[in-house]
Design a protein around this ligand. Sequence first.
Ligand code: APR
Length: 235
Amino acid sequence: MQISPKASIVVLTGAGISAESGLATFRDNGGLWADHDIRDVATPEGFYRNPGLVFDFYNMRRREAAKASPNAAHNALAALENAWPGDFLLVTQNVDNLHEKAGSKNVLHMHGKLNSALCYECGSHQPWEGDLDEGMVCSSCARASLRPDIVWFGEMPYDMERIEDALDRAELFVAIGTSGTVYPAAGFVMEAAGKGARTVEINLEATGNPLFKDCREGPAATTVPAFVETLLSGR
Ligand code: APR
């Protein structure tokens, strides 16, 4: 893909980039939302109604993610971040840490992280590696008020100002492994295209969103390294 090496790039990733690392997506067959009700495990109301169910859900996902390894797609994005001379921002909807395990340095987790805990009293975020449970004490305010540091439906995603600013300046916007069904992430392509950025979708199957002017279909572990190669070689 011919693009100036000074171009500013924004990449958005979704659950599909981690599928080949063995982590379930949400809306594919057998995905997480096939046998968990979003209202029970991904809303504040669900947490206050039955916190134990929510802690169990995220502890299961945290253990899965801890065992998972980054795949060639994560590695290719880490290499792109390292080699790209222009501005580069990786925004992920994922809460696993496979981008970091692959060596990506500047990752914005707009939906939070499994290996972090949030205090719902003082708002502090603290690294958290093991299981989270009711009654665990916040290291900042010493109250038993820790919850999973995950952005639930109805809550404001993290880092939106930085993301909007990067989209304003992006000359290339790439969405990888996301169904484009959850806002505000689903609207990023419109913002980028509206400012004249080139838009590329990389997905197992094209979502059919006409705002993506280029689409690379196939498994991310194959399509993402190939795409990064064309960017870095200027072909
Ligand atoms: N390679 C590339 N893409 C893949 C692969 C793969 N191996 N496997 C699946 N996909 C694609 C699917 O085609 C689909 O478009 O990944 C996408 C997964 O879509 P979702 O399951 O909806 O995941 P995502 O888009 O990340 O969901 C967004 O929804 O529930 C919320 O907070 C949750 O962050 C999540 C958000």
